[in-house]
Design a protein around this ligand. Structure first.
Ligand code: PLP
Length: 389
């Protein structure tokens, strides 16, 4: 199998599995207990929290463990809204559904939301966000990097704009966290969402960073866990795995992303040079190291995914969450892609372990599949190509 869907999820590293195992075995104490057996586990969770805080230049007491990116996003938006009834949120049209659906819910509760559109490369402009700010705006939420087209946003500039206006700034850093590095002080970030399974860690764990004093309302009521803000016995194995995954990813960020960029460019250049009528979606430079998103005019994206699957290659026809639905991705629509191109889109997200041989095989399959689908497409044949891509 050649796995090219690392934006959907990643493989846990063996070191992560090894770090977690004791907590699924003999080290099973409840961190809330007051005897030594539990206190030791409590200390392990505290150490993990500190390590994770260090990765974004935060304090340990500003890190709240959650079940992942979706929960972190829901928490940030819904609790900030609870503290600002009748207020206004500025976000973008290309956020993950965890943000967009939370915003829809909040609109039903009387919160106003503005969805700023990116440009054709998927870049969000600070001036556009600033323009959308109103008197009652209490929050700006912009993802650090997009999960579909990989575009990296100017987070520090956005943070500065929000800080100057005394507006909370939340960023969904699920895709960006270990790829570009996040610093909550340098970037004026008040809240930041992270997910474990996107960084070679476990599924069902993540954290929300909340700058001290920015939110006071508990998200889940019950016991006193997570400083009283999110009750429920901790997912200890997950927490340990998340912190190990983050440590490993941060330690080799430069080498890993450097290799990914090299292999990504090799693959992207070959596809663009060797297949006609292909469009690379997203920004050329401001892009996640492992992301490629192509529209193959005249070839249906979902069919390409099925063909690639039969050839042992895992890729995605949009974001994993929306690939089950037939409607074109909201991100591709927001960057102005016409419906036919949006429906002929495939996302490849590689990892640093990919080999040139695997890439060459994937390209050979892709070329043949695109050719076969186009041969069957009357529309494509009549068009005689699509020179303007
Ligand atoms: N935000 C972004 C940008 C994502 O890519 C994802 C996952 O696809 C999520 C949030 C949701 O994260 P999780 O799967 O941990 O709930």
């Amino acid at each position: 199998m050649i796995y090219m869907d690392n934006a959907a999820t990643t493989k846990m590293r063996p070191e992560v599995v090894r770090a977690m195992l004791p907590y699924m075995g003999n080290r099973y104490g409840n961190p809330s207990g007051i005897y030594t057996f539990s206190k030791n586990v409590h200390q392990d969770v505290a150490n993990a929290r500190k390590k994770l805080a260090d990765t974004i230049n935060a304090q340990p007491e500003e890190i709240y463990f959650t079940s992942g990116g979706t929960e972190s996003d829901n928490w940030a938006l819904k609790m900030a809204a609870a503290e600002h009834p009748g207020g206004h949120i500025v976000t973008t049209a290309i956020e993950h559904h965890a943000i967009l659906k939370s915003c829809e819910y909040l609109q039903e509760q009387g919160i106003e939301v503005s969805y700023v559109r990116p440009d054709r490369d998927g870049m969000v402009h600070v001036g556009d966000l600033e323009h959308a700010v109103k008197k009652n705006t209490f929050m700006v939420s912009v993802m650090a990097a997009n999960n579909e087209i990989g575009t990296i946003q100017p987070i520090a500039e956005i943070g500065q704009m929000a800080r100057q206006r005394k507006i909370l700034f939340h960023t969904d850093a699920v895709q960006a966290y270990t790829n570009i590095g996040m610093d909550v002080d340098l970037m004026d970030i008040d809240m930041l969402s992270v997910s474990g399974h996107k960084i070679n860690g476990p599924k069902g764990i993540g954290f929300l960073y909340i700058r001290s004093g920015c939110l006071k309302t508990p998200f889940i009521n019950g016991g006193g866990q997570e400083m009283g803000m999110r009750a429920g016995t901790e997912n200890v194995a997950g927490i340990i795995g998340l912190s190990k995954a983050a440590e490993l990813a941060m330690n080799n960020m430069q080498a890993r992303t450097g290799r990914e960029i090299y292999m990504r460019n090799y693959m992207a250049n070959r596809i663009l040079n060797e297949i006609d009528d292909v469009k690379l979606n997203g920004h050329n430079q401001q892009r996640l190291p492992n992301n490629m998103n192509f529209s193959f005019y005249g070839a249906d994206g979902a069919t390409l995914i099925v063909m690639l699957d039969k050839q042992g290659i895992c890729a995605s026809a949009g974001s994993a969450c929306s690939s089950a639905s037939a409607s074109a991705s909201h991100v591709l629509k927001a960057i102005g892609l016409p419906d036919d191109l949006a429906h002929s889109t495939v996302r490849f997200t590689i990892n640093e372990e990919i080999t040139r041989q695997e890439i060459d095989y994937a390209i050979a399959c892709l070329k043949q599949n695109v050719w076969d689908l186009r041969a069957m497409s009357e529309d494509y044949r009549n068009h005689g190509g699509y020179g303007s891509l």
